[in-house]
Design a protein around this ligand. Structure first.
Ligand SMILES: Nc1ncnc2c1ncn2[C@@H]1O[C@H](COP(=O)(O)OP(=O)(O)OP(=O)(O)O)[C@@H](O)[C@H]1O
Ligand SMILES: [Mg+2]
Length: 364
């Protein structure tokens, strides 16, 4: 039994997203064989891959089928894909920039952004979180970092901001730098130029995902931002309520405008239903049922998952410790959503890379 035999055995394992086998996709690396012990790396396109355990099982089965005595040890690792570094020089070390957006205010963008950032990090990714809501920054409160001032570093005469490290996450918020009352009177162009600086003049370092918590609405700031900073995609948050759904529809339309054109990674239904702690099997649809899911179907957008209205989610935001860190049930909801987002990003990146590779080099 040699490496070639192992690769042959593993070539029956198909990646369902890329519709090719894992050997052709160069996911199997560093094969080591010692007697009947077989070790290898399986390189995934994201550390948050929801198919990790499925791959582990299929690979083990494939080898055992070919070599019944084999003892298989798979080292799951990842190289997060990116299309950003190929096309621009703004933050080439940040592989994916995702913005969390909604039409309507107060639907839970910031809460979702914070919990997703923690969850992606716990799944093994390097994550940054930027509070882009200049007029109502809530991240400092939600992470309990309100009174920390980011360091300003001078590099060759140019000033850069250093994000605050909170539990391994890199975080920056306009609320930490600019007086909140002062920022209230800023006009659109000032807001956009400040935000741009927060992205380009900040030492974010190497990140798999930079999450932008956007302000509510579909205004000038949103459009200019998306044109200034090439984004990987946007996640739309909505409650099931028709008023929120109507505004989410406007947000989808805006991101799909030809001059904006940001891929929509999917839709999250927040506050989908209420479950009292003492009656965990009861669901009360206080904001209506499934409005956001229907919207996703209507626009053929991926439905990323639903998050119930839970008192501890609100309390976590109040006390500066995300509920997904504390409660297993909430963690598993966010894990599923984070996995779906990471998976959709990998698929979109792959499609884009394929498109780029089919364009002749001398094409106009
Ligand atoms: N699933 C949930 N269960 C319970 N409370 C929640 C949930 N999601 C959000 N909240 C609470 O709802 C309120 C609004 O949430 P959040 O600030 O995240 O919304 P937002 O969309 O960012 O608002 P804005 O548009 O003002 O930026 C907060 O008090 C938050 O704690
Ligand atoms: Mg917010």
């Amino acid at each position: 039994m040699n490496s070639e035999d192992i690769l042959k055995a593993l070539s029956v394992v198909i990646d369902p997203d890329f519709k090719k086998d894992i050997v052709t996709l160069h996911m199997v690396r560093n094969i080591q064989i010692e007697n009947n012990h077989i070790n290898f790396d399986l390189v995934l396109t994201t550390p948050a891959c929801p198919l990790k355990e499925q791959f582990r099982k299929q690979c083990t089965e494939a080898i055992i089928t070919a070599f019944p005595d084999a003892r298989v040890l798979i080292n799951m690792t990842s190289e997060t894909t990116s299309i950003r570094s190929n096309e621009i020089n703004i933050l080439p070390n940040v592989k994916n920039i995702i913005c969390i957006s909604s039409g309507k205010g107060g639907v839970g963008k910031s809460t979702v952004a914070v919990n997703l950032a923690y969850t992606l990090q716990r799944m093994g990714a390097k994550v940054g979180l930027l509070d882009a809501d200049i007029h109502g920054p809530s991240i400092p409160h939600m992470l309990g970092i309100k009174n920390i001032k980011p360091e300003i570093r001078d590099i060759k005469g140019k000033h850069y901001m250093v994000p605050i490290e909170k539990d391994g996450l890199k975080v920056l918020s306009i609320g930490l730098i600019v007086d909140e009352y002062q920022a209230l009177v800023w006009r659109g162009p000032m807001v956009t130029s400040a935000l741009k600086q927060f992205i380009t003049d900040t030492l974010w370092g190497k990140l798999d995902y930079l999450i932008l918590d956007m302000p509510p609405g579909t205004g000038d700031v949103h459009i200019t931002m998306t044109q200034t900073v090439p984004l990987t995609g946007v996640v739309i948050v909505s409650t099931p309520q028709q008023i929120a759904v109507a505004d989410a529809r406007k947000a989808i339309a805006m991101y799909r405008l030809q001059n904006v054109n940001v891929p929509i990674l999917g839709l999250i239904e927040n506050m989908a239903y209420f479950t009292p702690a003492e009656l965990p099997n009861n669901k009360y649809y206080v904001f209506g049922k499934g409005g956001a899911r229907q919207l996703a179907d209507e626009y053929e957008i991926s439905f990323l998952g639903e998050i119930p209205l839970i008192q501890s989610i609100m309390e976590g935001a109040e006390k500066g410790l995300p509920a997904s860190e504390e409660f297993e049930a909430i963690d598993s909801i966010y894990k599923e959503i984070a996995g779906n987002i990471a998976r959709n990003i990998s698929i979109k990146n792959e499609e884009k890379l394929k498109e780029q590779s089919t364009i002749p080099a001398n094409a106009e």
